[in-house]
Design a protein around this ligand. Structure first.
Ligand SMILES: Cc1ncc(COP(=O)(O)O)c(C=O)c1O
Length: 126
């Protein structure tokens, strides 16, 4: 866990820790934006995660389709590797379907394997 809007802490961590698979964050800042991010921080996170070959996963469970039709990422011009939408797909209500969830997870894993095979992503060192 890193402090909000601390670009230096993020860069230091990514430089020192060689096994960071992903940076995951709420797009407007933690706790549904109650700890807001400094302007430009999201873009800095995108730049650093690309530089250190780490996935950027944006949680837009609250902001997807609400903040703007394309969520925070569209408004900020930041394209993450993975977007978490979850129940915002159903307007905030839970959706269920075990088979669909398993297929989605399996599809995600296949996509990651493909991106690694094509050199788009690097596998975190183990
Ligand atoms: C920003 C954010 N991310 C993730 C979740 C988790 O969603 P769920 O309860 O559907 O797993 C919530 C829940 O409200 C949330 O507000």
């Amino acid at each position: 866990m890193l402090p909000a809007s601390d670009t230096e802490a993020l860069e230091r961590t990514l430089a020192e820790e060689k096994d960071v698979a992903a940076v995951i964050m709420e797009a407007t800042g933690a706790s549904m934006g109650t700890i807001p991010l400094a302007p430009g921080f999201l873009a800095a996170v995108r730049r650093l995660t690309q530089a250190y070959h780490t996935l950027l996963i944006l949680d837009e469970v609250v902001t997807g389709f609400r903040y703007s039709p394309g969520g925070v990422q569209a408004a900020a011009g930041v394209v993450p590797d993975v977007t978490i939408l979850a129940k915002i797909l159903a307007g905030g209500l839970r959706m269920h379907g075990e088979r669909e969830v398993e297929e989605t997870a399996a599809g995600f894993a296949r996509s990651l394997d493909m991106m690694i095979a094509e050199g788009i992503l690097k596998r975190a060192r183990s």
